[in-house]
Ligand binder design. Structure first.
Ligand SMILES: NC(=O)c1ccc[n+]([C@@H]2O[C@H](COP(=O)([O-])OP(=O)(O)OC[C@H]3O[C@@H](n4cnc5c(N)ncnc54)[C@H](OP(=O)(O)O)[C@@H]3O)[C@@H](O)[C@H]2O)c1
Length: 298
């Protein structure tokens, strides 16, 4: 049986990939600080900044593929803790790529729409990256290191990630909106930041298909719809039957955030639509699925 390692298995996307992977492969998931348990998954602690640990772990496990989702994902924190951001997002992928090459594993590196500057929008896989914040800069370094240090690589760029987090209580923008509206609190959402939101469960399925079918190169994985946070919030409120009048518009200049935000970072997903069997869900389809998941847990 083929063997897969998901580095960052305790994260939102990592945990969803683990569940999909365990259906097909012998699966190992790693965490850095949040231990977890999952059926049919072996769990190991791994800090990707530790060169020796990454080498020993990959050599001992000898996997068929490695999916690197681990990252410092807080965009504002990357701006203020630059050394950590560079170590985790920029330098560690180079180490993992060298180890993947040594053991002959395929490496799938999870990257981001933040490698683009957001001026053009609807970015294709071969559009030129030009990040405007430190998170984007470090993730682009990660991409380059992966390409340079191993032959069998795939880069999957995703956009604003959402879904139910079953391992930690870390919020994402969808769960945050649901919580606030259920508490009947007013919220402000950007009308001037556009993304193609990515439902974590849907992206996880596409990523496992990419492993199974041995794809190569860059893939953009997101919903095929480009929308502002404000529009997303309104859609979510409708589907979850919450009071959408509590959602107020705001523009990003009105907030003093540490990191600059690209305005239109939407990803063009036509390559994935053409080449993958996994359907990239519309935002509405994904939110309906997310609501169903919650009803099943109750
Ligand atoms: N979130 C988004 O909106 C978004 C958008 C575009 C792209 N992405 C990319 O998608 C990927 C997954 O994002 P996510 O939101 O699912 O992540 P997340 O929930 O923030 O989880 C981050 C993961 O990285 C692990 N990690 C952090 N530092 C580590 C270290 N030094 N060594 C090993 N593991 C470490 C964490 O482990 P512990 O929790 O156990 O410490 C956790 O498993 C990332 O590569 C991110 O750049 C995310």
């Amino acid at each position: 049986m083929e063997k897969g390692i998901v580095i960052g298995g305790s994260g939102l996307l990592g945990s969803k990939i683990l569940r999909e992977s365990a259906k097909e492969f012998e699966t190992i998931g790693t965490y850095a600080s949040h231990f977890f348990k999952m059926d049919n998954v072996t769990v190991n602690q791994l800090d990707i900044r530790d060169e020796k640990a990454v080498k020993t772990f990959t050599q001992t496990q000898n996997p068929t593929y490695i999916i690197l989702t681990a990252a410092m994902t807080n965009v504002d924190r990357c701006e203020t803790a630059k050394e950590d951001a560079l170590a985790i997002n920029g330098k560690a992928p180079s180490r993992v790529a060298k180890c993947a090459e040594r053991v002959g594993a395929k490496l799938i590196y999870i990257s981001t729409d933040a490698v683009f500057d957001g001026r053009k929008g609807l970015y294709k896989e071969d559009d030129k990256p030009n990040p405007i914040n430190y998170y984007g800069i470090t993730k682009l370094i990660g991409e380059k290191e992966v390409k340079k240090n191993c032959k069998d690589w795939v880069i999957c760029r995703i956009s604003s990630l959402y879904g139910w987090n079953t391992i930690t209580d870390k919020q994402n923008f969808a769960t945050w909106i649901i919580e606030k509206l259920r508490k009947k609190e007013e919220i402000r959402l950007f009308t001037d930041q556009y993304t193609t939101p990515t439902f974590a469960d849907n992206a996880a399925k596409a990523i496992i298909e990419i492993c199974k079918t041995n794809k190569k190169g860059i893939y953009h994985l997101a919903s095929p719809e480009c929308m502002s946070r404000f529009e997303f919030g309104k859609k979510l409120a409708k589907i979850f039957k919450l009071n959408e009048s509590l959602i107020k518009p705001i523009v990003s200049e009105n907030l003093n955030l540490a990191a600059k935000r690209p305005k239109k970072c939407c990803l063009d997903v036509s390559k994935a639509k053409k080449e993958l069997k996994t359907k990239l869900l519309s935002v509405e389809e994904a939110l309906i699925e997310m609501k169903k998941q919650e009803e099943l847990i109750k």
